[in-house]
Design a protein around this ligand. Structure first.
Ligand code: C2R
Length: 185
């Protein structure tokens, strides 16, 4: 009997979150990476609750073949900054919700001192998707023609989506004007 062995590609992107309560948001990130065919690994690690493990993860990341780290945390969101302190890999930070619609997490993630950048994306779902897209773009600059082609397709799909939306609004507008004309008469 021959057994089929499934070869799992080595992760290029490490997706790290401060708590499993962040997972519903991070699903969007992983879904987007999967859509682009980028292999990722997912971990829950906390700069506050598991500082040693978080630092060890960041220190080992480049040596294990990771190319980008995406880090998401809410509230006093120090995770992305602490991971960035321990690695030379680019770190993309996603502020998850917290006080005032995540303003606390946004500031904690984005306001890094000079020398340790964290590429901070928007709070919430847009940020979760954009963090993955940024990681894909970083990987694509390394001569990955497959990813460059997928990113071009992605932009084309956005153009179609906006054109469809414009057509829908033009139709709605025409209908509205006809109705207003009828009311005037
Ligand atoms: P719990 O739901 O586990 O109480 O976590 C997490 O990212 C989460 O959004 C509440 C929030 O605390 C955040 N957290 C951080 C860090 N570790 C956990 N901001 C960190 O290391 O920065």
């Amino acid at each position: 009997m021959t057994r089929k062995i499934k070869i799992v590609p080595a992760a290029e992107v490490g997706v790290v979150m401060g708590s499993d309560s962040d997972w519903p948001m991070l699903e969007e990130t992983v879904r987007t990476l999967d859509r682009f065919g980028v292999a990722s690994e997912v971990r829950v690690l906390s700069a506050h609750r598991t500082p040693e493990e978080a630092a060890a993860y960041a220190r080992a990341a480049a040596g294990r073949g990771l190319r980008v780290i995406i880090a998401a945390a809410g509230g006093a969101a120090h995770l992305a900054g602490v991971l960035a302190a321990h690695t030379i890999l680019p770190v993309v930070g996603i502020p998850v919700g917290g006080m005032q619609d995540g303003l606390d997490a946004l500031l904690a993630t984005v306001q890094m001192p000079a020398g340790i950048p964290v590429a901070t994306v928007a709070v919430g779902k847009a940020g979760a998707v954009n963090a993955a897209l940024l990681a894909v773009q970083i990987l694509a600059t390394g001569g990955r023609v497959d990813l460059q082609a997928r990113l071009t397709q992605h932009k084309a799909a956005l153009r179609i989506k906006v054109a469809d939306g414009d057509a829908r609004v033009q139709q709605a507008l025409a209908k509205l004007r006809v109705t207003s004309e009828n009311v005037k008469r």
